[in-house]
Design a protein around this ligand. Structure first.
Ligand code: ZN
Length: 282
């Protein structure tokens, strides 16, 4: 293979990202149903992530000396502070992921920025610094995007999937200062490996595929990234990829990544910084 754009001549950049949602998704979904307080099983599916899954994932990452990005809602960081401290102590990146994994950040710019700020305060308290990367859990108003995506603290956004290479976000024809680090749904472990009867998740699309097939799907995506020189990031979840069976699949994927010199595997922050300083050579 010829030299690629990414560090050490790698042809693709790959960020292992784990959205440590805890029970927030389940809380948001079950609150639509009467008697939701008693739907303990649903919430526990999510709680497994910070309670158990993240430990298994951190051990695997340490074994292969890989650094990842953990997108953590502020409320989960408050409730599971020791786990977040361990993520940081192991050298991983902490990214912004809403406060309650909100389906809506509010109807006004002020409301939306308040949600963002609320989590940043939590991160500052735990880590001493604000998150520089954002994987927002709901869409933002155009004016909120203009503020957030041009804030000097905002390095990158990893929410949008309308492109496959890093680039600046285009808002009303004006490029922002933040870098887009694409996160495509082909690398979301929910979509291919989760089925929950009630509340139905994924809604209308229950599908648990063979783990071997899913692993091959993920590897095909990386082969495509190598072929086209892209950067890719995952939306894996400790509550999913951290389970015993799926963690075997995760480890096999990591074995593939760490033995392939065409792949540079680093947190989103590193991908964004590399692209910013080398983009003119692309
Ligand atoms: Zn999430």
């Amino acid at each position: 293979m010829t030299k690629g754009f990414w560090k050490d001549g790698a042809r693709a950049a790959f960020a292992l990202c784990f959205d440590m949602d805890g029970d927030t998704i389940w809380m948001n979904k079950i609150q639509r149903y009467p008697g939701w307080e008693n739907m303990l099983k649903s919430r526990s599916v999510g709680s497994y992530g910070p309670r158990k899954g993240v430990d298994r994932i951190l051990r695997i990452l340490k074994k292969y000396d890989l650094k990842a990005t953990f997108f953590v809602p502020g409320s989960i960081a408050e409730r599971y502070t020791p786990e977040v401290e361990r993520i940081l102590a192991d050298g991983h990146e902490l990214g912004h992921h809403g406060y309650l994994h909100e389906d809506s950040y509010g109807d006004t710019v002020d409301e939306q920025m308040a949600v963002i700020e609320r989590s940043q305060k939590v991160f500052e308290k735990i880590s001493g610094k604000r998150a520089v990367g954002f994987r927002c859990t709901s869409s933002l108003l155009t004016d909120t995007k203009k503020l957030l995506y041009n804030d000097e603290n905002t390095l990158y956004i990893s929410s949008d999937i309308d492109d496959e290479k890093p680039g600046f976000e285009d808002i009303d024809g004006v490029l922002t200062t933040a870098v887009r680090v694409p996160c495509r749904q082909e690398l979301d472990d929910y979509i291919q490996t989760v089925y929950n009867h009630f509340p139905p998740i994924p809604t209308g699309l229950p599908a648990v595929m063979s783990y071997e097939d899913v692993l091959q799907n993920f590897i095909r995506e990386l082969e495509g990234a190598i072929r086209y020189g892209n950067s890719v990031s995952t939306a894996f979840h400790p509550q999913i990829s951290g389970t015993p069976g799926k963690s075997v699949m995760l480890e096999k994927l990591i074995e593939y990544v760490t033995t392939n010199p065409d792949i540079w595997c680093v947190p989103c922050e590193d991908i964004a910084r590399w692209w910013l300083s080398h983009r003119k050579e692309a």
